[in-house]
Write a protein that binds this ligand. Structure first.
Ligand code: NAG
Ligand code: NAG
Ligand code: NAG
Ligand code: NAG
Ligand code: NAG
Length: 309
């Protein structure tokens, strides 16, 4: 509320204050990649006392509310009202202030960090500026070509294309003759916890024909398209063992391990059982001697004779 008031007052006194103290943002649009660090910078006139500088960085949401991203009060960081979204991720380098630079650094940038940011500086005079942060995540396409089933007269190949990024994209498939095969593909998409767009697409083609296929990720608002090539038959991977075979092979080894373990365990039990017998026999034989108070007399021949018996 106090902040809104301050902005209103600033707007009202704009012409007067502007002449005295001006803040400029180095860019109006900052671009960042998901997971990286972005720096947004406000410039202000030097000369005032840095002991009395207040810097407020706010994230302005489209519904009118604001998040405190970072605050500097009288030259000192004050994170009491910092929004949890920016906890541990927003920093300012105090030594840059002497050069008239208020640089906000946001690390581990998230897709949800995209939006409007305002920098307001108060040092004698006061002024503010706004900029937009746009976060993207480049798509890296993973492809796979699998032969579906072997049959004397017909073979199919399953082409798969999978990726994650931002902004959302459409998947298009083309063959080497630039024929559009998109309608034959089956595509699925979801949104990850990081708000990334996850897409996977499958296309079944004739494995016997020699061709190159392209999986293209496209969005009309993006300058670049992402394009991966899959070649038939060159990219066909050696056929994965069917699940049933995998299971029986696992079962075979499990059986071998169980048999071995059973043999070892039985051996150990037999040994322990024999030892136990021996120990109890020995104890029984020694009892008469041990019962004699303090002095223990063991006739070795006697004991050995009984043991060998
Ligand atoms: C604006 O949106 C944010 C996040 O979605 C929410 O926390 C806040 O309460 C909203 N404010 C208003 C005034 O609706
Ligand atoms: C393209 O990206 C914009 C955001 O930049 C998004 O709103 C739109 O839905 C995307 N289009 C497709 C086809 O995914
Ligand atoms: C698959 O491709 C081979 C070689 O080009 C061709 O002879 C065969 O007719 C094709 N099969 C189908 C079902 O299109
Ligand atoms: C597939 O076609 C390319 C070019 O058309 C050719 O160089 C290559 O030898 C062909 N491969 C097979 C297995 O027919
Ligand atoms: C994808 O790349 C291939 C060559 O690798 C090219 O021929 C094709 O035009 C590209 N498609 C798009 C839509 O960029």
């Amino acid at each position: 509320m106090k902040m809104i008031l301050l902005v209103v007052v600033l707007a009202f006194h704009w012409p007067v204050l502007r002449a005295l103290f001006t803040v400029e943002m180095t860019k109006t649009l900052y671009l960042a990649e998901f997971g990286n660090t972005v720096k947004m910078e406000c410039r202000f006139p030097t000369g005032g006392s840095l002991d009395s500088i207040n810097v407020y960085w706010h994230r302005m949401l489209s519904n009118g509310s604001e998040y405190d991203v970072y605050t500097l009060l009288n030259g000192n960081q004050d994170l009491q009202s910092q929004h949890p979204e920016y906890k541990g991720r927003a920093h300012m380098k105090p030594d840059l202030l002497r050069k008239g630079r208020a640089e906000l650094e946001i690390s581990n940038v998230k897709i949800s960090d995209s939006g409007s940011y305002r920098c307001l500086i108060k040092m004698g005079g006061a002024d503010y500026k706004q900029a937009t942060l746009s976060v993207k995540a480049p798509y890296r396409i993973k492809t796979h070509v699998k032969e579906l089933h072997k049959n004397a007269d017909h073979k199919d190949a399953e082409l798969s294309c999978e990726s994650e990024g931002y902004p959302p994209v459409q998947v298009l498939w083309r063959d080497g003759n630039d024929q559009d095969l998109s309608k034959k593909a089956s595509s699925k998409h979801s949104v990850t916890a990081d708000q990334l767009f996850h897409i996977s697409s499958l296309l079944i083609v004739n494995a016997s024909s020699n061709n190159t296929y392209h999986c293209i990720l496209w969005n009309e608002t993006m300058e670049e398209t992402y394009n991966a090539s899959l070649r038939i038959p060159a990219d066909i991977k050696t056929v994965d063992p069917p699940t049933a075979d995998g299971l029986s092979s696992n079962a075979y080894w499990a059986a071998v391990v169980i048999v071995l373990m059973t043999i070892v365990t039985a051996g150990v039990i037999i040994l322990m059982w024999k030892k136990k017998i021996k120990c109890s026999q020995l104890r029984a034989m020694l009892r008469p001697y041990l019962n004699e108070a303090n002095e223990v007399h063991i006739n070795e021949d006697d004991v050995m004779g009984k043991l060998n018996h």
